[in-house]
Design a protein around this ligand. Structure first.
Ligand code: 2PG
Ligand code: MG
Length: 423
């Protein structure tokens, strides 16, 4: 089957900011569309998202965040190259690399390349009569990922209501994804109720749908969520565990880590000790970006000191980038990687990063961004790739629930298994 048409256009994301959509039409008359997400606490080493600067339009609308140049790159540079080619994800990605050989997709924009790459994945799956999840894993049982779900938000997603960006829960004791999700919603509702009773402001919903209650210490925030889990009647540490996304690059000034709401500052080595105390005293099984994206040494020190089973997850540190992942493997800086397709810019290259991580015994967590949309390809990628874990934000907002609902659909309609990667 061949590509008939490729069209890029600007749409809105969950924050009301512009993002790129691409539609690929095939010779059988079908059309396949994908939209790209966008971060707020973006890593410096991510592939380059192209946003308009300098044009009259950009000055007048969308606070300079429009993506008309990325869209023009799809329509004027990418489309002429792909039309009349066979639909094949790997061939499409190879053409995108030929058009822009830069390592970070600077010229076309990673938002342009990823939109086309995702639409090509959908179109290629269709040409084989498969869902996106089945396209990547045609035979046998699909592995439904363990969710890591935001309950409390802070950092760049919640006007710095607390220093860390996310306090999440992982329902490790659930027997199915369906059960896992019911536990999560119960805990989130209980947290909102307890927050209200405790006089906290709980009607402020953060970018990813978490509660923006605002605690002045990490420990207090953990204790609050532990209480919510217990009040729901679930066993902390057995059925439900905690996870943090510290997103520490946001409060590192190149020398010190500043916990502003806590009123404390730490050098890198002091912060290693502090974070180790937190994870040792709380039911935390996963910690993301405890140290800044270019502050490699404390990562190594922490890996040697922290509890052996702790998942030490690199997001801004690794930016779904093979070179950075290989450095982390060689230096034992982490033992897990967050996989975000838009940090990389191509579907096939993102999968290669995931495979390299897995080959080196890293856990893999496929992740959404804080700026999302109604697409659910993330659920298919996480499942088709057998990633083991997924992070989408909270269970509030259709841009989040589109992914949870797709996982429910896969569990209801496909041969699947749901296993606990922390067992
Ligand atoms: C993160 C992500 C998603 P953002 O830091 O892990 O939670 O945030 O998309 O803003 O980078
Ligand atoms: Mg993160």
């Amino acid at each position: 089957m061949k590509i008939n048409k490729v069209i890029g256009y600007q749409v809105l994301d969950s924050r009301g900011r512009p993002t790129v959509a691409a539609s690929i039409s095939l010779t059988d008359g079908s059309t396949h569309t994908a939209r790209v997400p966008s971060g707020a606490s973006t890593g410096a080493h991510e592939a380059k998202e192209l946003r308009d600067v300098g044009s009259k339009y950009a000055e007048r609308f969308y606070s300079g965040l429009s993506v008309q140049q990325a869209v023009a790159n799809i329509n004027e540079k990418i489309a002429p190259r792909l039309v009349e080619e066979q639909i094949d994800l790997n061939l499409v990605d190879a053409q995108l690399i030929e058009l822009d050989p830069s390592s970070d997709h600077t010229h076309l924009g990673a938002n342009a390349t990823l939109a086309v790459s995702l639409a090509a994945a959908y179109a290629d799956a269709h040409s084989q009569n498969k869902s996106l999840a089945r396209y990547f894993n045609p035979e046998g049982k699909l592995l439904i990922p363990m969710p890591m779900v935001n309950i409390l938000s802070g950092g760049a997603h919640a006007n710095r209501a607390m220093d860390i960006q996310d306090l999440l829960i992982i329902p490790t004791g659930a027997k199915s994804f369906t059960e896992a999700l019911s536990w999560i919603v119960a805990v989130r509702e209980m947290a909102a109720k307890l927050g209200k009773e405790g006089g906290f402001v709980t009607n402020l919903i953060a970018d990813e749908g978490g509660l923006s209650i605002g605690f002045d210490s990490i420990e207090k925030a953990c204790e609050f969520v532990v209480n919510a889990i217990e009040k729901v009647g679930l066993k902390v540490g057995v059925e439900v565990n905690l996870a943090l996304d510290v997103a520490s690059t946001q409060f590192f000034d190149g020398k010190n880590y500043h916990l502003t709401t806590q009123g404390k500052s730490y050098t890198s080595s002091e912060f290693v000790k502090y974070i180790n105390t937190v994870v040792s005293n709380q039911p935390i099984i996963s910690i993301e970006d405890p140290f800044a994206e270019d502050d490699w040494l404390p990562w190594q020190a922490f890996m040697q000191e922290c509890p052996k089973k702790l998942q030490v997850l690199g997001d801004d540190l690794l930016t779904t980038n093979l070179t950075r992942l290989n450095k982390a493997i060689a230096e034992k800086s982490a033992n897990a990687i967050l996989i975000k397709a838009n940090q990389n810019g191509l579907v096939s290259a993102t999968l290669n990063v995931l495979k390299q991580a897995r080959a080196n015994n890293f856990n893999t967590v496929v992740s959404a961004r804080s700026g999302e949309n109604e697409d659910s390809w993330l659920a298919d990628l996480a499942t088709g790739w057998g990633a083991g874990q997924i992070k989408v934000g909270s269970t509030h907002g259709s841009e989040r629930n589109a992914k949870w609902n797709r996982l429910l659909e896969l569990e209801a309609t496909e041969k699947t298994k749901f296993v606990n990667p922390f067992a």
